[in-house]
Design a protein around this ligand. Structure first.
Ligand code: SF4
Length: 228
């Protein structure tokens, strides 16, 4: 017989809503599943301890090449959690996610829906910059995952906006292109999640901004419904 939580997930899946769960909580996960982060859990840490833990982290090879870690910025009680991929060169230098031209566009996108950088919380899948802005390796994402999971648990957002392919694929555990993931309601545990294009991509492909606006409107509607 299904437990209530499993039943709820089954309902969500039946409605076409993707449900993401930490690997060890998936319905079909073997009880003795091992993962790179199996012995690591920052689940009890408060904001200060978590930030210090990230600053000191050497769990993957990126620790050797970073200038500094990029923990995330914004409101610890935000309704919106924006999750991107990984720090780039400018973020690595300044210690803040989404700076430079892509960051300015993200700020404009947030302003368009009545949000701002200091009202939302912005984080990345990885807290350290991959050299030459290459994609995160699966082992790096797995090593860093506990920090993001703790950030999500601390913020308890009403909506998660996954920005760009890498962020969305890591969060949803799939290899789909953004075009297939956007425009739908996903879920991360019980938190609704919407996928949209990365602002760096929108700078290269401005014709896609209409779709990004539509994604933001969907996310805003879900956030409002969560608040009701
Ligand atoms: S990317 Fe994450 S896991 Fe790797 S060293 Fe940086 S903080 Fe640690």
């Amino acid at each position: 017989m299904l437990q209530p939580e499993q039943q709820r997930r089954a309902y969500l899946r039946a409605m076409g809503i993707d449900v993401w769960l930490p690997h060890d909580q998936q319905d079909d996960a073997p009880a003795d599943t091992e993962s790179p982060g199996a012995d690591f859990s920052p689940a009890e840490l408060d904001w200060e301890a978590l930030q210090q833990c990230v600053a000191d982290c050497t769990r993957c090879e990126l620790a050797a090449s970073r200038t500094q870690t990029v923990f995330g910025v914004g409101n610890h009680d935000a309704d919106w959690l924006i999750i991107g991929e990984a720090p780039g060169a400018e973020e690595d230098r300044r210690g803040e996610p989404f700076v430079g031209r892509a960051g300015q566009l993200l700020d404009q996108m947030l302003q368009a829906i009545g949000q701002s950088r200091d009202r939302v919380f912005i984080a990345n899948i990885l807290k350290c910059r991959p050299p030459d802005n290459r994609d995160p390796k699966p082992g790096e994402a797995a090593a860093c995952r506990g920090y993001l999971e703790r950030q999500i648990a601390l913020v308890q957002p009403k909506i998660i906006l996954a920005v760009g392919k890498i962020a969305a694929q890591n969060l949803l555990g799939c290899n789909d292109p953004v075009g297939r993931m956007r425009g739908k309601v996903h879920a991360l545990g019980e938190i609704p999640l919407v996928v949209t294009y990365h602002p760096a991509y929108l700078l290269r492909s401005p014709s896609q901004k209409k779709k990004a606006w539509s994604d933001l409107c969907l996310a805003a509607r879900l956030a409002a419904e969560s608040s009701a």
